[in-house]
Design a protein around this ligand. Sequence first.
Ligand SMILES: Cc1cc2nc3c(=O)[nH]c(=O)nc-3n(C[C@H](O)[C@H](O)[C@H](O)COP(=O)(O)OP(=O)(O)OC[C@H]3O[C@@H](n4cnc5c(N)ncnc54)[C@H](O)[C@@H]3O)c2cc1C
Length: 766
Amino acid sequence: MIWLFLLAAIAAFLALAYLEARAWVWTLAVGAGLIALASAVDLSALATNVLLWGFIAFAAILNVRPLRRLLISDRILGVFRKVMPPMSQTEADAINAGTVWWDGELFSGRPNWDELLAFPRPRLSAEEQAFLDGETEELCRMADDWSTYATGDLPPHVWQYLKDKGFLGMIIPKEYGGKGFSAYAHSQVVTKLATRCSAAAVSVMVPNSLGPAELLLHYGTEQQKRHYLPRLGKGLEIPCFALTNPHAGSDAAAIPDQGIVCKGTWEGKEVLGMRVTWDKRYITLGPVATLLGLAFRLYDPDRLLADKEDVGITCALVPTNHPGVHTGRRHFPLNATFQNGPTSGKDVFMPLDWIIGGPAMAGQGWRMLMECLAAGRSISLPSSNVGNSKLAVRATGAYARVRSQFKTPIGKFEGIEEALTRMGANLYMMDAARRMTAVGIDLGEKPSVISAIVKYHVTERNRRVVNDAMDIQGGKGICLGPNNFMGRAYQQIPISITVEGANILTRSLIIFGQGAIRCHPYVLKEMRAAREPDRTKASQEFDHALWGHIRFTLTNAVRALIMGLTGSHWIGVALNAAPENRRYFQQLTRFSAMFAFLTDVSMVVLGGGLKRREKLSARLGDILSLMYLASATLKRYEDEGRQKADKPLLDWAIWDAMYKAQNAFEGVISNYPSRPVAWLLRRCLFPLGRPYVVPSDRLGHEVAKLLIEPSASRDRLTAGMYLTKGETDIIGKYVAKLLAGKGSQRTGGDGRLMQSLVKAGYIEDR
Ligand SMILES: Cc1cc2nc3c(=O)[nH]c(=O)nc-3n(C[C@H](O)[C@H](O)[C@H](O)COP(=O)(O)OP(=O)(O)OC[C@H]3O[C@@H](n4cnc5c(N)ncnc54)[C@H](O)[C@@H]3O)c2cc1C
């Protein structure tokens, strides 16, 4: 009887925890259990009394909030305040910046897949499509990587074209003279340019990313907007934004550049202004900029502007022809030909009106930068890196078909096939993430954590794709020249890895560090309550968050265990999801519950120390990121009308992501500082062992086939890239060179090789 009772009690516990039951339901269940026990077993009077009073205490603590706060929550609040790591204002600004979007669902343990599938499909307006097919296509025709490298810059007529056609003002609304494009359109333009000319892509993406235009739009005074935005939109000003100092790169808030509030003469009158000294390096477009966005720390020792000496980081707009602004000698970043260089100034006097947003925004610069970072970081590098990968996949797939060794096209060798498979599936997933993130921005989100995820993972996957492409091309990829379409991209990869948050830092510190606080349903509420000076309010808010958090942790522990035991087969998924992807949704739900539980345990066990344990934090961030990439990939499949022919790309990418996520879980667990906790975690998260395996070779073969044969799948995979027309540009010249070489003999003559190249997609058949 006792065993039966115990079994029933465990089942009831699991069911209530699984269903995230409320306190009163727990109370009723425990009460009913005790009544059942008392009627089934002959209890002594003492035992009955202990159980009765125990139950009354349990019910009171769980349901009478003032009592619960007094006895439990306030005590935990006291401990929490002591262990909570100190947070500087700059850290707080970074954490609070932006919005939580799909990342919040992934932290919830039960993502709402209907919500994912209800996000709109990425679409271009007729005007945006015309700009892509017209001006962007033309710009691609005008400039390519090799010719800009040979001349060291975009030719003057290309610069003029960029300015005249509004490429530099895509994010500026029409009312201010810009193009007012959506984030998705902006992303499509950068992607296309990056398939052709990195200098053009970077020169277009920087003015449309975090910089003068973006900052003016959000914080500029009306006068500043009316003056500068139309000029930026028409390309009458070339902007740059200077934050990095030789002594402060990743730790940008520590910039030593400074301004001192003082009086000085401006346009013949004495005005309140600032004397600014700066030394910046690596500034993109710096050498050609006419308008310098400048970040420095403002001090007011004589209290002329503020009531404190250290006013804080401030952003100003400085015309580069202002006396004292020194534009240094151009850098040459890994042979890239976009403009990049240092800028400096010493005690340069400028009026306070040059502060973006005017004197009222003095000291608000860091907050402004953090709030605006997400949009640009979500678009620029993800788009340009997807562009690189599209070029790599299309051209290398074709090359693997036309290049023969051992009397066999190299694409038929399993070794090459393996690399081609990675390239195709990586691109499918990278592009899915780029598209979905752009849609998020268009929905009004400023997804700071997601922007870090896509920045890191798209650039890292592009590094992998380009490396694979280089390996497949052998010597063709190594010797630079007009016929080498990959070497320049290969050289420049470290630039994407380093800028907009260097990748090691982004993975180790930002993705999970910020995500755990921002996206977790309770942690930020607990932290805010702990910082609340009003004791009663703090107690009430902390109590509310704490008990929600306990319920949340318990439910995720039980759900992870049960889904692990059952393979999550019966988990409900989105009503509209493609039936062939049902299992993926179910498995991702399991990953989400596992991740939520592991996050909570890690925060309790490691506390503030988690911030220093970057290797664990990085792996936790990888799990979150892989869930985001997999979500975007499933969404892409739906958005593109469930193309069955593309299914191998999706399957390989998702299996690979699940396998990597499983390894990241294992990496956290096996390095856990507490062995008993690690043991428990392993039993709870992988009760039947680790089920995910690498994608099969057979599946890989299906993916590789898509890359070396002309097909609608390959066209979808590389959609939006610039396709070479005729033999007058790089790929065309490459074709001509191949025609003159051994390749033509092997394939039985120029005509047949040309046909096979056309079929393979090197050149358009016109
Ligand atoms: C081509 C190019 C263009 C650029 N354009 C601009 C621009 O327009 N405007 C501008 O202001 N800046 C620009 N930058 C600067 C860029 O943002 C910085 O290079 C970047 O912030 C990294 O700083 P750093 O180079 O000083 O490297 P460091 O900060 O010295 O970093 C070195 C390494 O340490 C790692 N690291 C640092 N801190 C941590 C940590 N806590 N945990 C783990 N790892 C850590 C980093 O990930 C990196 O791998 C550009 C740079 C380049 C190369």
